[in-house]
Design a protein around this ligand. Structure first.
Ligand SMILES: C[S@@+](CC[C@H](N)C(=O)[O-])C[C@H]1O[C@@H](n2cnc3c(N)ncnc32)[C@H](O)[C@@H]1O
Length: 266
């Protein structure tokens, strides 16, 4: 990830003092951050298939640079890079798209959204309206979803991370302060299209620091995904929420082809 001028990265979190791999969730201070129930701490991932997320959360706390554990720790599952052979291919109506040559099991991390970390206000100043590769870092919005856009969220509460008993807790605000701009610098995630019935979901992850506003954005499999099925996530636009430089509402037709397609991206 590149960092734009004016973005100050937060202090690195102290982390856990586990050794080797984090094995006991009751001893691991990172695992504890993921739990709402002080009697039942658990890692957010299970070991199956090299690590699968048990359930979507407002934010997942992983182990980071100052933790005592090593790179194979289960609580670093989203940090291990690409595991599946992803192909960027051309579609008739949506431009480039992404699919996997390998089967992807539900809950597996697929890729991180990479680009330049920018302040949203700098982007607005640049009037960069035609940049289709901006990802707003907005964990609360991501978690709430729009009309239940993430199927696996049903049983999940968004309250946990916003409780005030955490030292680095952040206040929830309406406009995201930071975004990831993959316009000029990015990875395969920038080619993943929107679908109204997606097979990926967006998960905010904190590993090196605990600032929600600068959380990492990782795409996880929402379902078991067969090889060669297009990978998609819900871009999460509210209809009529995007405006052009002239102030008029902008619209974009959606070609996701899902049965429940809303007809427009925005
Ligand atoms: C992040 S880019 C995705 C990659 C893009 N298809 C490309 O060729 O670079 C987002 C842009 O892809 C197109 N797109 C993504 N999902 C779409 C969809 N469901 N229907 C129509 N266009 C879509 C739109 O032009 C959108 O602004």
């Amino acid at each position: 990830m590149q960092v734009a001028k004016g973005v100050k990265l937060p202090t690195t979190a102290i982390g856990c003092d586990c050794r080797g791999n984090c094995l006991n969730s009751h001893d691991c201070s990172c695992a504890k951050l993921n739990s709402t129930d002080s009697k039942h701490y658990d890692f957010p991932y299970v070991h199956r298939d090299g690590g699968r997320l048990v359930e979507a959360k407002a934010v997942v706390f992983e182990c980071g640079p100052k933790c005592g554990c090593g790179p194979d720790c289960i609580n670093r599952t989203s940090q291990r890079g690409l595991k599946y052979r992803l192909e960027v291919y051309r579609t008739p109506k949506k431009g480039w798209a992404v699919r996997s040559w390998d089967f992807i099991p539900a809950g597996a991390p697929v890729c991180e959204y990479i680009g330049v970390l920018r302040r949203t206000e700098d982007l607005d100043n640049a009037c960069d309206n035609e940049n289709n590769f901006i990802f707003d870092i907005d964990c609360l919005q991501t978690m709430r979803g729009l009309g239940g856009r993430e199927r696996r969220l049903r049983d999940v509460s968004i309250s946990t991370i916003y409780n005030s008993d955490r030292p680095d807790d952040q206040k929830v605000e309406n406009t995201p302060d930071y975004c990831i701009d993959a316009g000029a610098v990015g990875n395969v995630a920038r080619f993943i299209n929107h679908s109204c019935e997606p097979n990926l979901f967006v998960q905010c992850v904190l590993s090196s620091h605990h600032d929600l506003k600068l959380a990492r954005v990782v795409l996880f499999a929402a379902d078991n995904i067969p090889p060669l099925q297009e990978l998609t996530y819900d871009y999460g636009y509210e209809l009529d929420s995007v405006h052009g430089p002239d102030g008029k509402v902008k619209q974009m037709v959606c070609y996701c082809g899902a049965e429940g397609c809303r007809g427009r991206l925005f």
